[in-house]
Ligand binder design. Structure first.
Ligand SMILES: *[C@@H]1O[C@H](CO)[C@@H](O)[C@H](O)[C@H]1NC(C)=O
Ligand SMILES: *[C@@H]1O[C@H](CO)[C@@H](O)[C@H](O)[C@H]1NC(C)=O
Ligand SMILES: *[C@@H]1O[C@H](CO)[C@@H](O)[C@H](O)[C@H]1NC(C)=O
Ligand SMILES: *[C@@H]1O[C@H](CO)[C@@H](O)[C@H](O)[C@H]1NC(C)=O
Ligand SMILES: *[C@@H]1O[C@H](CO)[C@@H](O)[C@H](O)[C@H]1NC(C)=O
Ligand SMILES: *[C@@H]1O[C@H](CO)[C@@H](O)[C@H](O)[C@H]1NC(C)=O
Length: 378
């Protein structure tokens, strides 16, 4: 319905507008972009260990079924449900506390564990199963077993979309974005206590719907698709928290204000005074940060990866027609940026239940010459 990528109008726009923003890019492929994985189904998250293990998140927006979280074996190009089939086997009636209901993101944290962000909502836009559905599930990569579950039921609303997590190892806090009900969730990792801040703030809200391949997205039923606080990063020195809604416009705030607001309700109420604009990013699929504090931002309209330098200046890293809705990215110890081209905009949630995803799908890499930020992951 929404996506007819080869429509004549798109071509005209592309040819007249050339490399400018917000149009689908039909220019040449960039040879620096290497194919790392070839897949039948969209993957919207990647993490790797220094020893070479690889974990993927299947988005299941193409109508496919099966595990969402999997370990991928590059020797055989096969994936295995992770941490096991049982956690990945949720159906209505399963215990929502001990099954992954719908995992929105996954990442290996600075502690070396795999962290799974479960929205607790069985399908995109469906109400969250409260209180035990929304959660952060921590898997020990040595034992391959769940070692901790942070219930997020007290910090989420029925309309929440628990989106993603980052860490501040210096203060023992984790920060989560809520893309369904605008806000940032502060989590004390030692106690499991939570607090919502920047609720309905301009910096966590979406003044425009998300856009991809030149078109605004619609939810099932036809309403414009607004995706609130989504992408976020913590600076390598732990000082700054960067965050934005998926339609772009990245803000920054010192983590000390977030961390103090966890205990100080007066500060929590005026927290928006302490945030400031950082970069005028476009509609974004995902981000990653490197050891120098550069943030890589995927532009879903124009198949680009933009580098936001620590001073907030944006430059173009790469533009390639294959970079179709690159979602959550990952920087590995070989100084490569992993780019899962998930084609999410072509999936069922944004096309009234029909999938226009074109297989095969690819996860690409590009050399960036800088490794991961240690506060992010090894
Ligand atoms: C696995 O996939 C990669 C990337 O598409 C490909 O280069 C490689 O030949 C495949 N290996 C096997 C065993 O199929
Ligand atoms: C994972 O489990 C192993 C074995 O119990 C333990 O030695 C290790 O510290 C755990 N890893 C983390 C990151 O907690
Ligand atoms: C949620 O809040 C209730 C009431 O304050 C409290 O009893 C419960 O322990 C909290 N649950 C979690 C997981 O923090
Ligand atoms: C709490 O925050 C308010 C508002 O910023 C500030 O005036 C007050 O000093 C803070 N209280 C403490 C104990 O830090
Ligand atoms: C910001 O940093 C980039 C990358 O280091 C540099 O090229 C640019 O000149 C800087 N911009 C300003 C305004 O300082
Ligand atoms: C979406 O699908 C439903 C059910 O098939 C249909 O009734 C409705 O008209 C469709 N809406 C749009 C905007 O295509």
């Amino acid at each position: 319905m929404l996506f007819r990528p080869l429509q004549a109008a798109s071509f005209l726009l592309a040819f007249t507008a050339g490399r400018s923003v917000a149009q689908t890019y039909h220019g040449p492929e960039d040879p620096r972009v290497q194919t790392a994985l070839t897949l039948e189904h969209p993957v919207n998250g990647i993490s790797t260990t220094p020893a070479g293990r690889l974990f993927v998140l299947f988005a299941r927006v193409d109508g496919s079924t099966g595990p969402q979280v999997a370990e991928y074996d590059r020797a055989t190009n096969t994936s295995t449900a992770y941490p096991n089939e049982e956690w990945n086997s949720y159906t209505s009636g399963s215990d929502p506390a001990t099954h992954l209901i719908r995992t929105n993101s996954q990442r290996i944290g600075p502690d070396g564990n795999l962290w799974l962000v479960d929205t607790g909502s069985p399908s995109f836009g469906a109400p969250v199963i409260l209180p035990s559905g929304p959660k952060l599930v921590v898997v020990n990569l040595t034992t391959n077993e769940v070692c901790k579950v942070y219930n997020m039921g007290n910090a989420t609303l029925s309309s929440s979309l628990l989106d993603d997590v980052r860490f501040n190892p210096l203060t023992g806090m984790a920060y989560l974005t809520d893309a369904g009900a605008p806000g940032i969730i502060l989590l004390n990792l030692a106690t499991g206590d939570t607090r919502r801040v920047l609720v309905d703030d301009a910096s966590t809200s979406a003044y425009m719907p998300i856009s991809a391949e030149g078109s605004l997205l619609h939810a099932t039923g036809g309403a414009f698709e607004h995706v609130y606080a989504d992408q976020h990063e913590v600076s390598p020195d732990g000082k700054w928290y960067y965050y934005q809604p998926a339609n772009g416009g990245m803000s920054m705030i010192e983590t000390k204000y977030l961390d103090q607001a966890f205990y100080n309700s007066s500060l929590a109420q005026v927290l928006s005074q302490y945030r400031q604009p950082y970069a005028h990013t476009p509609s974004t699929g995902g981000t990653a940060i490197d050891a120098d504090g550069n943030i890589y931002v995927s532009d879903t309209d124009s198949q680009r990866i933009i580098t936001v330098h620590p001073n907030g200046t944006m430059t173009l890293l790469v533009q390639d027609p294959r970079l179709l809705w690159v979602d959550a990215m990952w920087v590995d110890t070989q100084k490569r940026l992993w780019m899962p081209a998930a084609q999410l905009n072509r999936g069922t949630p944004f096309n009234n239940g029909t999938s226009y995803v074109v297989p095969p799908l690819h996860v690409f890499t590009i050399d960036i010459g800088i490794g991961p930020s240690p506060v992010d992951h090894a």
